[in-house]
Design a protein around this ligand. Structure first.
Ligand code: FMN
Length: 343
C-alpha cells in the first residue's frame, strides 16, 4: 500500500512546484546559440512541417510533455489536462513515477486517465531506476507499461534527489546491469532520463550500450529538485545544506552537444529548462529528436485547459517560425547548420 507519506509527498511536489521559486541557478545553456537568419527562405510559412515518427508513432510536433505526476486526486486532474493537450496537439507525454500505483492498485486510475484522455499519444510509463536495486524487476516494469498501454518505459535516474530526500533510496551500485536486463526483456523501448541535473556523454554511452533506446538528458537550467527538496526540509540547517545544490548539474544544451558529438546517432530527447519554442527549436537543431517541458506546462495547466492550450500553441508557433526564418521546411533539414555558437 502507498503510505500516507508517499501520497503527501506527491501533493507536496505539486504544491511546491506551483507556489515556490524552484528554478536552478544555472541557465539551460541554449543562450550560447543563436539562429542564422535566412533573409531568403524560399519556402512559405504554411509549408513548414513539424511532424515526425518516434518509436513507430506519428507525432504532429516534436514536443514532449515531460513526466510529472500521478498517485493523488490532484495529480489525476493534472494528468487529465496534460493528456488532453497531448491528444489535441499530437504530442508525446509521460506520467510521473508509477511506483505509488504498483504498491497500491487503487491509485492506478490516477495514471490511467492519461491513456484515456490521449488514446493516440506517444505515451511513456515511468519508474525510478533505483527501484531495480530495491526489489523491482521485469514484472513491475511490465505492469507499469500495461497500466497505460504505454509505448515505452522511462527509467529515471535521480541520485542527487534521492540523496537530498530524508526518505531517499541511495543504493545505486550495480544499477547499469539491472537496466540492461530490463532493456533485454521488456518488449517496448526503454528510455533513460535524469530529472534536472543532466546525463553526460559518458553515462549516455554506457546506457545506450546497455540497450536503452533513447536518452532524455533532463539537464540543469529549469526545475531544480534540490530547491523542491529544500522546501520540504524540516530542519533549517539541513535546508541550508540542500540549498547549496541549486547550481548543480550539467546544463541541457551542454548534455545534448556532448552526447551528439560523441555518439552522433544516439536518439536523444532534450528536457530541462526549456522555456519556449525557441529553446525547443535550438534543442532540435542540436540534434534532439524531441524537446521536453515539465514545470512551465504544469504552471500553465494550473490556470486551466485554455491557458495550457494557448501556451502550447505559442510554443509550437515559435518553432515553426524558427524553421521558416532559417529556411527549413522539415525537421530532417533543421540541423546544426542553422545555429551559430556565440561564445
Ligand atoms: C511536479 C513535477 C513532478 C515530477 N515528477 C517526475 C517523475 O515522477 N519522474 C520523472 O522522471 N521526472 C519527474 N519530474 C521531472 C521532469 O520530468 C523534468 O525532467 C524536470 O522537471 C526538468 O524539466 P523542466 O525544467 O521543464 O521542469 C517532475 C517534474 C515536476 C515539475
Amino acid at each position: 500500500m502507498m503510505d500516507a507519506h508517499t501520497a503527501s509527498r506527491k501533493d507536496d511536489h505539486l504544491r511546491i512546484n506551483l507556489e515556490k521559486g524552484v528554478k536552478s541557478s544555472l541557465t539551460n545553456g541554449f543562450e550560447a546559440y543563436r539562429f542564422r537568419h535566412q533573409a531568403l527562405p524560399e519556402i512559405d510559412l504554411a509549408e513548414v512541417d513539424t511532424s515526425l515518427t518516434v518509436f513507430g508513432e506519428r507525432l504532429r510536433s516534436p514536443l514532449l510533455i515531460s513526466s510529472m505526476t500521478g498517485g493523488t486526486q490532484k495529480a489525476a486532474h493534472f494528468n487529465q489536462l496534460l493528456a488532453r493537450a497531448a491528444q489535441e496537439f499530437g504530442l508525446a507525454i509521460g506520467v510521473g513515477s508509477q511506483r505509488a500505483a504498483l504498491e497500491d492498485p487503487s491509485l492506478e486510475d490516477t495514471f490511467r486517465i492519461t491513456r484515456q484522455e490521449a488514446p493516440d499519444a506517444l505515451l511513456f510509463a515511468n519508474l525510478g531506476a533505483v527501484q531495480l536495486n530495491m526489489g523491482y524487476g521485469i514484472s513491475e516494469c511490465q505492469r507499469a507499461v500495461n497500466m497505460l498501454a504505454a509505448n515505452a518505459l522511462i527509467l529515471h535516474l535521480n541520485p542527487l534527489q534521492e540523496a537530498l530526500q530524508p526518505e531517499g533510496d541511495t543504493q545505486f551500485h550495480g544499477l547499469l546491469k539491472r537496466i540492461e536486463e530490463i532493456c533485454r526483456k521488456l518488449p517496448v523501448p526503454v528510455i533513460a532520463k535524469e530529472v534536472g541535473w543532466g546525463i553526460g556523454a559518458a553515462a549516455a554511452k554506457q546506457l545506450l550500450e546497455a540497450g536503452v533506446a533513447a536518452i532524455d538528458v533532463a539537464g540543469a537550467g529549469g526545475t531544480s529538485w534540490s530547491q523542491v527538496e529544500m522546501y520540504r526540509q524540516k530542519d533549517p540547517q539541513r535546508a541550508q545544506m540542500v540549498a547549496h545544490f541549486q547550481d548543480w548539474g550539467i546544463p541541457t544544451a551542454q548534455c545534448l552537444a556532448e552526447i551528439k558529438q560523441e555518439i552522433p546517432n544516439a536518439c536523444v530527447f532534450a528536457s530541462g529548462g526549456l522555456q519556449n519554442g525557441i529553446d525547443l527549436a535550438k534543442s532540435l537543431a542540436l540534434g534532439a529528436t524531441l524537446g521536453g517541458i515539465a514545470g512551465p506546462l504544469l504552471r500553465a495547466a494550473n490556470e486551466g485547459y485554455d491557458q495550457l492550450a494557448k501556451t502550447i500553441t505559442l510554443i509550437l508557433e515559435e518553432l515553426r517560425i524558427c524553421m521558416f526564418a532559417t529556411g527549413k521546411k522539415t525537421l530532417t533539414e533543421f540541423n546544426q547548420s542553422v545555429l551559430t555558437l556565440i561564445r
